[in-house]
Design a protein around this ligand. Structure first.
Ligand code: SF4
Length: 351
């Protein structure tokens, strides 16, 4: 079976032409796929019955994800879905909404997309990492997460506005399928999302960052650093030791130079582990003057034993970076109480 959400629009056009139909029949499939969300090919009423039958009999299908569970945070801003995929695995995906600064404006609706089931990187503070690696997602499974939320939002007169590839898994470890999904989601005849509204988040896989820089895309890059030296970083991200802290920062800087897109360094703050003033000064020395931005993320409660630092400590860490001239923000976490925040996604403890 091949899901129609797997196709680049050009590939779908070629398929339709090869089947002996005019090119416009492909548009009659693409438009509903990304705006009406049919569940079966037979739901696309504009298509001739003969084409529907031929596509179905040739093993083409629609819809790789079925919602099996939904949890909404008390304030209604965060929704976590468990989606059952055509590969018989389940994946978590999260919608985070932020109020518009304009009166009567639509909220910013960001989807936190997963690229793998589980993750092989084993970051000690991350619930997904504690699950271990199960499987890579196909592009259609990644696209389906976005489509699923778009359908929910459309019913409320809203739309998906941003995508962050920060859900389950390391996007660079599933590069080909991840980038296929990005290109489908940004294609004007696909989902049509603006490239600048997408951020790929990586634990710092240099080869992946270099490849992404060559794609000629205007997407944002976030690198999870979590420590300013290799010894501490190895304790927190045990499997991501292929590249040193210096190499990772250099590849981020090269990405910035090549694409003009600012790179964000994610830094999960853990009480007594990586939150001292001395460490903040070390981090500031590494990052000042290279145009990057630091996102400080006071750690969420997860399967690990790590504690969130006090507010005073977090603000002191921020102040040191700021005084050294490093742009820095403290991330406002959403969905902590429904285990939908950063580092909390895992499919066996949904709730
Ligand atoms: S933080 Fe990211 S890279 Fe690390 S284990 Fe979790 S999902 Fe994988």
């Amino acid at each position: 079976m091949t899901d129609l959400y797997r196709f680049f629009p050009e590939e779908l056009e070629q398929l339709i032409i090869d089947m002996g139909y005019p090119r416009y029949r492909a548009d009659q499939i693409l438009l509903p796929l990304y705006y009406k969300f049919p569940k079966n090919i037979s739901d696309i009423k504009q298509l001739p019955k003969k084409l529907i039958t031929e596509l179905t009999e040739s093993g083409y299908t629609i819809g790789s994800a079925k919602e099996t569970h939904r949890v909404v945070s008390e304030d209604g801003d965060t929704t976590k879905l468990l989606l059952n995929l055509s590969n018989d695995h389940s994946v978590e995906t999260v919608l985070m909404q932020y109020a518009s600064s304009k009166i009567g404006g639509h909220p910013r609706s960001t989807i936190c997309v997963s690229t793998q089931i589980g993750c092989a990187m084993g970051c000690v503070f991350c619930a997904t990492g504690q699950m271990g690696f199960e499987t890579n997602l196909k592009a259609e499974h990644i696209v389906s997460q976005v489509i699923h939320f778009e359908e929910i939002l459309q019913q409320r007169g809203e739309h998906v506005t941003n995508l962050v590839f920060m859900g389950m898994g390391e996007p660079m470890a599933n590069y080909d399928e991840m980038i296929r999904a990005v290109k489908i989601l940004t294609h004007p005849k696909g989902f049509g999302m603006g490239q600048r509204h997408i951020t790929i988040s990586t634990i710092g896989i240099k080869s992946g960052i270099e490849k992404l820089a060559e794609e000629n895309l205007q997407i944002g890059l976030a690198i999870s650093l979590h420590a300013p030296n290799n010894t501490l970083r190895k304790k927190l991200v045990p499997t991501a030791t292929l590249n040193s802290v210096d190499e990772i920062i250099e590849s981020g800087y090269n990405y910035f130079k090549k694409t003009g897109r600012r790179v964000t360094f994610e830094y999960a703050l853990m009480d007594g582990i990586n939150d001292s003033s001395e460490i903040a000064h070390d981090l500031a020395k590494l990052l000042r003057g290279n145009g990057s931005h630091v996102n400080l993320i006071p750690i969420n409660p997860t399967a690990g034993d790590f504690k969130r630092p006090s507010n005073n400590r977090v603000h002191e860490f921020e102040r040191i970076l700021f005084d050294a001239g490093v742009n820095c923000t403290i991330r406002i976490e959403k969905g902590t109480e429904i285990s939908a925040a950063c580092g909390q996604l895992r499919t066996d403890i949904l709730g």
